[in-house]
Design a binder for this molecule. Structure first.
Ligand SMILES: NC(=O)c1ccc[n+]([C@@H]2O[C@H](COP(=O)([O-])OP(=O)(O)OC[C@H]3O[C@@H](n4cnc5c(N)ncnc54)[C@H](O)[C@@H]3O)[C@@H](O)[C@H]2O)c1
Length: 330
C-alpha cells in the first residue's frame, strides 16, 4: 500500500517506521524542507524519537513539495489544532479513493469537534480513527501493544487493520468512531490531573482514585454525545488511560507533574517540548460538559490550575470535600 504519513513528530515517525517494516511504501510529510533533508540523511529523529533508526525505504518530503497522487492511505499524525489546516491541504490533493486515518488525540478548540469530524467536514470524505495504549517510544522498539481502528465503513476498517496489524502491533476494529476518538481525547486531561497528584507527592491510591473518578465523569459526557459505554472499558478507553496515567513517556502526565510542583502553566509547554494535547482538550472538554449540563469536577479543577485560578493543593480540598455521593448515579 502507498501510504502518506503527515507529521514527523514522535508518533508520525514511529507509525511510518511500523508501516515500512510491514512492507508498505511510506512517505512522511514534514513541515520544512530542512527537516525532510535531515531525516532523509541521518535516518534518525533525535528531537522526537531519539535512538530509533528509520528504514531506508521511508521517504521524507516537505509539505511544500509533497503530492498525494499515488497515496492509498493518508494518516494524519499532527496535533489536533493543526488538523484543519492539514485537511485543507489534503483536500485539494488526495485521490477520492484514498483512505483517511486520524491518529490525533484531542478536540478542536472552539468547535469542540473531534479530528475525524474536522477532516470529514474539510475534505468531504470520512476518516477512520486509530487509538489505544501506543506510546511511540515503545511501538518504535517493537514492544507488543494493541490498538483500535474505528470507522463507519466496516470494509475500510478491515482494510486498514490488514495493512497495519503485525506481530508487535495488534489492531482490533470497532464501529464506535465517536467513542474511540472521544476516549483518546479525554484521557489526556485526566493524565494532567494524575500528574498534578504525582507532583504534589501523592501515591498509588490517589492516582487510582483520580483515574477511576475521572473516567466516570468523561464517560457521562461521552454517553451523552452518543459513545458506546463498552468502548470506555476497551483499549481506547481504560487501556490508554492506564498507559498514559502511569507512564514515564506521557508528556501530559509530565505536564501535570510540573504543575503539581508549582511550575506556572504558561511555562509548561516549553518545558515539555512537544505537543501537550491535554491542555487545549481540557478547555474543550469543560465546554462540552457545560453544554450537556454534566458535572466534571476533575476536569474543572485542571482548568482552574491551568488558568491560575486555584493552586494544585487547593484543588485537593475542592475535590475531597465535595458532598457525599453514591458511586454510580449519585
Ligand atoms: N507520541 C505518542 O506516543 C502518541 C501516541 C498516540 C497518539 N499520539 C497523538 O498523535 C498526535 C501527534 O503527536 P506527536 O506525539 O507525534 O506530536 P509531536 O509534538 O511529537 O509532533 C508533532 C508533529 O506535527 C508537526 N506539525 C505540526 N503542525 C503541522 C502542520 N500544520 N503540517 C504538518 N506537520 C505539522 C510538527 O512539525 C511535529 O513534527 C497528537 O494528537 C498525539 O496525541 C501521540
Amino acid at each position: 500500500v502507498n501510504v502518506t504519513v503527515i507529521g514527523s513528530g514522535s508518533w508520525g515517525t514511529a507509525f511510518a517506521r511500523l508501516l515500512s517494516v510491514n512492507g508498505h511504501a511510506v512517505q512522511v510529510v514534514t513541515l520544512t524542507a530542512q527537516e525532510a533533508a535531515e531525516l532523509a540523511g541521518t535516518r534518525v529523529n533525535p528531537r522526537f524519537l531519539p535512538g530509533v533508526v528509520l528504514p531506508e525505504s521511508v521517504r521524507f518530503v516537505a509539505v511544500a513539495d509533497a503530492d498525494l497522487d499515488d497515496s492509498e492511505m493518508i494518516a494524519y499524525v499532527v496535533p489536533t489544532q493543526a488538523i484543519r489546516e492539514v485537511a485543507a491541504w489534503v483536500a485539494t490533493r488526495r485521490s477520492p479513493a484514498s483512505l483517511q486515518l486520524s491518529l490525533a488525540k484531542g478536540l478542536e478548540l472552539g468547535t469542540l469537534l473531534r479530528p475525524s469530524e474536522v477532516i470529514a467536514a474539510v475534505t468531504g470524505s470520512p476518516a477512520a480513527v486509530l487509538s489505544g495504549p501506543n506510546h511511540a517510544e515503545e511501538v518504535s522498539r517493537d514492544m507488543p501493544s494493541a490498538t483500535v481502528i474505528a470507522a463507519d465503513d466496516a470494509d475500510a476498517a478491515r482494510r486498514l487493520q490488514a495493512a497495519i496489524t503485525c506481530e508487535t502491533f495488534r489492531v482490533y476494529t470497532s464501529r464506535d468512531v465517536l467513542g474511540v476518538e472521544f476516549c483518546g481525547a479525554a484521557k489526556n486531561p485526566i493524565a494532567i490531573a494524575v500528574g498534578i497528584a504525582d507532583g504534589l507527592g501523592f501515591g498509588d491510591n490517589t492516582r487510582a482514585s483520580l483515574m477511576t473518578r475521572s473516567l466516570a465523569e468523561v464517560t457521562r459526557v461521552g454517553i451523552r454525545l452518543g459513545a458506546s459505554v463498552e468502548t470506555f472499558a476497551g483499549l481506547a478507553g481504560i487501556g490508554d488511560l492506564v498507559a498514559t496515567c502511569t507512564s514515564r513517556h506521557s508528556r501530559n502526565r509530565l505536564a501535570g507533574e510540573l504543575l503539581g510542583r508549582g511550575t506556572p502553566a504558561a511555562q509548561v509547554p516549553a518545558l515539555v517540548g512537544q505537543v501537550v494535547e491535554g491542555i487545549p482538550t481540557t478547555y474543550a472538554l469543560r465546554d462540552l460538559g457545560r453544554r450537556f449540563g454534566v458535572d466534571m469536577p476533575v476536569i474543572d479543577n485542571v482548568f482552574e490550575v491551568l488558568e491560575n485560578h486555584r493552586s494544585a493543593s487547593d484543588c485537593v480540598g475542592s475535590l475531597m470535600k465535595r458532598e457525599a455521593k453514591t458511586e454510580f448515579g449519585g
